[in-house]
Design a protein around this ligand. Structure first.
Ligand code: DAH
Length: 340
């Protein structure tokens, strides 16, 4: 009876203190087993009975002592096991790690890198170029003399040393021709600046990618061919384009190249309006520009284009506000990072 009760009680212990309470209840000074001896009137027992009682009592005490020790051992072992698991957990290699931030490329950088690859595939050189320019390179050399009204189209940041923050990447056309001569194929991606008041579609700092190809017998057909290849590869599908007349002093004839809207297929939608998106100003290089570059316009002809990189990134990623690009907000940049 007592053994059963004791075993049951010990089966439920959770802490060494629980075990101690049980020890006190059975073996303490006023414990159940201790009391058995106290309550028995030994005087009335025969020597045989005394011996028998004594032995039973001892067995009971031993049983209780052993079970209590066992219970204590069990608890200690459990604690050790838990402790071991906890220690191991600290170095558990199966637990997913906390990922560090990898950073992300700016959406304009991604578009620029893609463009460079496409043009390199067509034999174009990619040239780096300065952001602070001479007045000659930014204006004069591409047929915009100081009294030309086209200067008014570009509100310019002038520097104290009479240089300008380039208003477009066209500033590199003559520099490249002087340096490399003809035939020439190159693109000049880079940052440009204009004195603009900023709103969702205007920025004072934006990116363009200029292109120039000069060779014998270059015509509008070459221009259209290169532009269509570029856009098809960029948007990963066959595209339709159209040319409208456009005026730029450094090309003759000059065009606005429109892209047949990729969203509606040309039927008209809120993004494009009438089915066409004005995308790339371009044209055949003006003879004066070739001359400034030291190239004989009777022997060579060429085409040039000025792609708005910022504009292209907005189209490609569906970004509706240009101000995000220079915001420095990582939450914006991260959205366009390729998933690794
Ligand atoms: N430079 C012009 C601009 O920023 C864009 C441009 C137009 C570049 C026609 C060209 C071109 O090369 O042929 O507005």
């Amino acid at each position: 009876m007592i053994q059963d009760e004791l075993s049951k009680a010990l089966a439920n212990v959770k802490t060494p203190n629980d075990v101690e309470q049980i020890r006190i209840r059975y073996l303490g000074r006023k414990g159940i087993i201790t009391n058995l001896a106290k309550e028995t009137d030994f005087g009335k027992l025969s020597p045989e009975e005394k011996k028998d009682f004594g032995q039973k009592l001892n067995r009971l005490k031993n049983f209780a002592t052993d079970r209590i020790q066992e219970a204590l051992n069990r608890l200690t072992a459990q604690n050790t096991a838990t402790a071991t698991v906890q220690t191991h957990r600290l170095i558990d290699l199966t637990v997913p790690g906390s990922a560090g931030s990898l950073g992300a490329l700016h959406p304009i950088s991604m578009v620029q890198m893609e463009l460079e690859e496409i043009f390199e595939g067509m034999g174009f050189t990619v040239l780096d170029s300065p952001e602070a320019e001479t007045e000659f390179n930014n204006f004069e050399s591409i047929n915009i003399p100081s009294d030309h009204p086209a200067r008014d189209m570009q509100d310019t940041f002038w520097l104290k040393n009479d240089m300008v923050l380039r208003t477009h990447t066209s500033s590199n056309q003559v520099r490249a021709l002087k340096r490399f001569g003809a035939p020439f194929r190159g693109i000049f991606p880079g940052r440009c600046f204009r004195y603009e008041s900023i709103d969702p579609s205007h920025e004072n700092t934006f990116y363009q990618c200029e292109g120039l190809m000069v060779d014998r017998g270059i015509s509008v057909a070459n221009l259209i061919g290169v532009m269509k290849t570029l856009l098809s590869e960029m948007f990963k599908r066959e595209v339709k384009v159209r040319l409208r007349p456009g005026f730029f002093p450094f090309v003759e004839p000059g065009f606005e190249l429109d892209l047949n809207c990729l969203f509606c297929g040309g039927s008209g939608c809120p993004t494009c309006g009438d089915g066409w998106i004005e995308l790339i100003p371009c044209g055949l290089t003006h003879p004066k520009v070739l001359e400034f570059g030291g190239i004989d316009p009777r022997e060579f002809s060429g085409f040039a284009f000025g792609l708005g990189l910022t504009r292209l990134a907005m189209m490609k990623y569906g970004i509706r506000d240009i101000r995000y690009f220079n915001s420095g907000d990582v939450r914006f940049y991260e959205q366009f990072a390729p998933i690794i």
